[in-house]
Structures are given as structure tokens and as C-alpha cells.
Design a protein around this ligand. Structure first.
Ligand SMILES: O=P(O)(O)OC[C@H]1O[C@H](O)[C@H](O)[C@@H](O)[C@@H]1O
Length: 529
């Protein structure tokens, strides 16, 4: 079987320092196309090098792209940036130590036992990934992190019910821009909950935001418990190794410096030349080759470890917000993107893997295999013999190997990231690997990976909806006779369907009165009594 071993060794990249392997043996990469495209890949690596050196890669926003400096501050082009990063680390360390020792405590002197993080997108997904990946399940109750990442009243109510008193809860408000609606709403809801409980909000509130943002100004004005920086040269979706992810990780007692070490070590590996020996370049080339440079195949993320089940959600934002672009950097319409989904193996084997093996061939898989079954334990669930000489962990690994082989048999490509453990260094390294692959792929397809113009459209349209709601509420008659959505729309010069949609929601929530909601054209609306 020397030939398969040779093939594996040919397509295996391994870094002893990290004990991480990238196994491209089933990725259907081939030397001729890699050789033919070597100069493109080298040019992409050159571009990444320039970005790390401070190039203004986010052209239309005029911003540098500095997430690589977060784990290696001395690379920053301006020494003041390095100073700011080091200062943030010191503040994180001091604050987390103070909270964990009880020196920084709630107003009644009792220690903080948990935190609610209010944030969305890049200001929530990274901390959530770290919390899920790194929280040891056997460490007792410990410090608890809950996340409020939406403006859904039911979600907010559930979270408040679950938390109970907020007296021993820190409230971390995380927003780079400091003006995101959902996050503002979450903060206002928590502020109101504090007031209901006769607890002072500012004494437990912490802001992580850019200097001078609305949130920063509010936190300063009200004297919040603490403020931590975000910088304009860090994008939300690459902010996990800034205070956005590091502070929650530190509060949870995680090895946050290990995250930085792992990411820095992966960055080192990711600078290796030629591209053929570079893990991020090969990963980006896999995306390119599989999707023919147009994202024609989706990336299915399959980590065989429960703690990594949020990885695909995290990567969804990192990859799709970075690469999903209408225009390339020359202004041509390209409709680019790379769809990402997945959950975890072997669970997904019992859900959609059927289609992966037998159905539509519009994907490739990226497996994450974790070699160690249990963190350093010698007894426990993994040691039960579920069959003669077989443990649960053997089954899990067997399912990974089996699924990979079954997909390969049908000509479906996959790559595998092999980790020894899910520890802080490995998680940091994994994050850095995907960040670099996104950067390289964006160069290959010539898009700006660092802006997100498309997300504005929905936000602006939502503002219009709320303005219309205000106008509709003012125009509603007091009764007894009501008005239909068409009558109201005519009076306001608005779209009757838009008026109906607003009124229907208000009526269900008791904010306006209606005779019946069965027929949109006939429903008569009046002001709520
Ligand atoms: O951190 P914030 O400024 O509140 O932004 C939160 C998120 O919302 C925006 O709409 C962007 O699309 C995301 O990239 C960002 O992470």
C-alpha cells in the first residue's frame, strides 16, 4: 500500500510546533494545475504580505486590515498600534483577574458570577465559538456567559428569565461601530431590566467599542464599569482575537494568550513559500478549484467534536460576508461568494449526509478531526467498551474516516484539518488558518474581502418600515369606524401591502385594534383603546 501512503504524504502539510495537519489527500488537488497557477498563488501571498505590512486593503472604506497584528503586535506598521494592543491585553488581564477574584464586584459586594454579552455578527459569533470550544464541561458551575444577539423580545425574555437577578451579572455591550440597532436594543432592554430590579446598570456595564462611537460616548458619560477598545483596522468578522473575544475568554478563565500564540504560529506557517507548501494557500486553492473560482460548490464544515459545533456558523460570517460580493475590485459585476454550512459529525450523518453522498454534487467538505477523545482523562465516558475493544471515541473517529471514504468513493472532494486537542492554541490556529485562506481567495477572485456593502440595504429598508409605522399610527382613526390598509395607504401615499404588514404586526401585539385579520383588504383598523 506504499502508493496510498506516498499520496497521503504528498498532500499532507504538517506543522510540528502546532501539531496540526492539513490532509489534502482526498481534495483532488493536482500538481499540474497548482504549477500552472503558482504565480497567481504567489501573487496572492505577496498581497497578504502587503496587508500585514499595513496596506490599505479595504479600499472603499480607506482602512488598513490589521487582524494579523492582534496576535503579533510588532508587525503593525505604526508602533502606536502595538502599544494599544499590548495595553488592551494588560487591561483584559487586570479586569478578568479582578472579576474572578471578586475584587471587582457587584454593588452589593458579591462577586460577579456571569456575564451577558450583547452583540451581533462579529461581535457575538467569535465569543460564542470560543465559549463553546473551550469551556470545560467538568469544571462545575464557574463563570457563566450568556449571549443576547438579537432584537427578538421572546429571546430577550427567555434570557432574562434564565438569568434571574442581574445583581451578580456583568453586562458586556460589544459593538465595533457602537450604533448597531439590535445591540442598542439589547442594551436598552437590559438597562430596563436592571431598573426593574433596582440595580444600577452602569456599575455592571462594560463597553467594547471604537473610541468616540455612540456607545463609547454613552459609557464615558455614564461612567460604566469599564471600557475596552476596538479599532477601525479590525473588521467585525475578524475581531475574535481583539478584546471582543479575548475579554469574554479571560472572564471564563480560558487560556486567551494560548489563542494568540496558536494564531501567531499559524500565521507563521501561513507565510511559508512556495504556496504549494502553504496551508492557507492550498485551502484557498481547494475552494477555487472546487467552485471554479465562482463558488459553484458549497463548503460543508464537518467537525467531529461537539465543542466545535459553532465553527460552521462562525465561518459562515467570516467567509460569506468577506467573499459574497456583487462587484470585484475593478468594479465589474461578478456575483461572487462561497456558501458555508455544517454542524458536526457524526450527528450530521443522520441528517443531510445522505445528499452529500448520493445527491446533488454542489459541495466539498472540510472535516475537522480531533485525535484526543477526552481532555487528558483516563477514565470516563470514552473508556466504556461499547463493543468489544471499541470505545465511543473509536466510533466517532471511525465515522469520520468512513464518511470521508464514502464521499471520496463518489468523487466528492474533502480536506481534513487534524488537531490533537481542542485547546486554545488549536482554536487560535484554526481561526487564523481560515482568515488567511479568505484573504488569499479574495486575491484570487479580486474582491474586497473587508467591506460588506450588501448588508446595508436591509437595514435602510427596515428604517423605512419603522418610519411608515410612525406615520400609520398617527393616521389611524380613534373609532368607532376604522380604516382599511388601502385607505390609509392612499392618505399617506404609501404602498397598501406595506401598510397592511405593519398593521398586522401591531394588531397581533395589541398596539392597534382591528375587527378581523382574515381578509387584508377588508380589515378595519383603529387606534388601540
Ligand atoms: O460590531 P458592530 O459594529 O455592532 O457590528 C456587528 C455586525 O453588524 C454589521 O451589520 C456587519 O455586517 C457585521 O460585519 C458586524 O460584525
Amino acid at each position: 500500500m506504499a502508493d496510498t501512503l506516498d499520496h497521503y504524504l504528498t498532500w499532507r502539510l504538517y506543522r510540528a510546533e502546532l501539531d496540526i495537519e492539513l490532509d489534502f489527500a482526498d481534495a483532488q488537488l493536482d500538481e499540474p494545475s497548482l504549477t500552472a497557477n503558482a504565480s497567481r498563488l504567489e501573487a496572492a501571498l505577496d498581497a497578504l504580505h502587503r496587508i500585514e505590512g499595513g496596506a490599505v486593503a479595504n479600499i472603499d472604506e480607506g482602512r488598513m486590515v490589521g487582524h494579523y497584528w492582534l496576535r503579533d503586535p510588532e508587525r503593525a506598521p505604526d508602533p502606536q498600534i502595538a502599544v494599544a494592543i499590548h495595553a488592551s491585553w494588560r487591561s483584559i488581564e487586570a479586569f478578568a483577574a479582578g472579576v474572578r477574584s471578586g475584587q471587582i464586584a457587584g454593588d452589593d459586594g458579591r462577586p460577579f458570577t456571569g456575564a451577558i454579552l450583547v452583540g451581533i455578527g462579529g461581535s457575538a459569533l467569535g465569543p460564542q465559538l470560543l465559549e463553546a470550544a473551550l469551556t470545560p464541561r467538568d469544571s462545575g458551575p464557574g463563570f457563566r456567559l450568556r449571549v443576547l444577539d438579537n432584537t427578538d423580545p421572546a429571546g430577550i425574555a427567555d434570557l432574562l428569565a434564565e438569568t434571574g437577578t442581574l445583581a451578580q451579572t456583568l453586562i458586556l455591550v460589544v459593538s465595533k461601530s457602537g450604533s448597531t440597532t439590535e445591540t442598542r436594543n439589547g442594551m436598552l432592554e437590559l438597562r430596563a431590566a436592571c431598573a426593574r430590579q433596582a440595580i444600577e446598570f452602569p456599575k455592571r456595564a462594560v463597553a467594547i467599542t471604537m473610541e468616540g462611537s455612540q456607545l463609547d460616548e454613552l459609557a464615558t458619560r455614564e461612567g460604566w464599569l469599564a471600557r475596552f477598545p476596538m479599532w477601525d483596522w479590525v473588521g467585525g468578522r475578524t475581531s475574535v482575537l481583539s478584546p471582543v473575544g479575548l475579554l469574554p475568554a479571560a472572564l471564563l478563565g480560558h487560556d486567551w494568550r494560548g489563542l494568540l500564540r496558536g494564531a501567531a504560529a499559524m500565521d507563521q506557517w501561513g507565510r511559508v513559500r512556495p504556496a504549494r507548501r502553504n496551508p492557507a494557500a492550498l485551502l484557498a486553492w481547494l475552494w477555487y478549484q472546487q467552485g471554479q473560482g465562482h463558488g459553484l460548490r458549497d463548503m460543508v464544515i464537518l467537525p467531529y467534536k461537539d465543542r466545535l459545533s459553532l465553527l460552521s456558523r462562525y465561518l459562515q460570517q467570516l467567509v460569506m460576508e468577506s467573499l459574497g460580493k456583487r462587484l470585484d475590485r475593478q468594479g465589474r459585476e461578478v456575483w461572487q461568494g462561497l456558501a458555508v454550512y455544517g454542524n458536526k459529525g457524526s450527528t450530521d450523518q443522520h441528517a443531510y449526509v445522505q445528499q452529500l453522498r448520493d445527491g446533488l454534487h454542489n459541495f466539498f467538505a472540510v472535516f475537522v478531526r480531533v485525535l484526543r477523545d477526552l481532555d487528558g482523562q483516563v477514565t470516563g465516558p470514552g473508556q466504556v467498551e461499547v463493543e468489544p475493544r471499541v470505545s465511543s471515541g473509536d466510533c466517532l473517529d471511525g465515522f469520520y474516516q468512513g464518511t470521508r471514504a464514502a464521499l471520496a468513493e463518489r468523487g466528492r472532494a474533502s480536506a481534513t484539518l487534524v488537531l490533537r486537542d481542542v485547546d486554545a492554541a488549536a482554536v487560535g490556529a484554526m481561526i487564523a488558518l481560515f482568515e488567511r485562506a479568505v484573504g488569499i481567495y479574495a486575491e484570487l477572485i479580486d474582491v474586497n474581502a473587508y467591506h460588506q456593502p450588501g448588508v446595508e440595504a436591509g437595514k435602510q429598508a427596515a428604517k423605512g418600515v419603522l418610519q411608515l409605522q410612525g406615520a400609520v399610527l398617527s393616521a389611524l382613526p380613534g373609532g368607532p369606524g376604522g380604516k382599511t390598509c388601502r385607505e390609509l395607504a392612499e392618505a399617506l401615499g404609501a404602498d397598501p401591502v406595506a401598510v397592511w404588514q405593519v398593521l398586522r404586526h401591531l394588531a397581533i401585539n395589541g398596539r392597534v385594534s382591528v375587527d378581523s385579520l382574515v381578509d387584508p383588504a377588508a380589515a378595519q383598523f383603529t387606534r388601540a383603546p
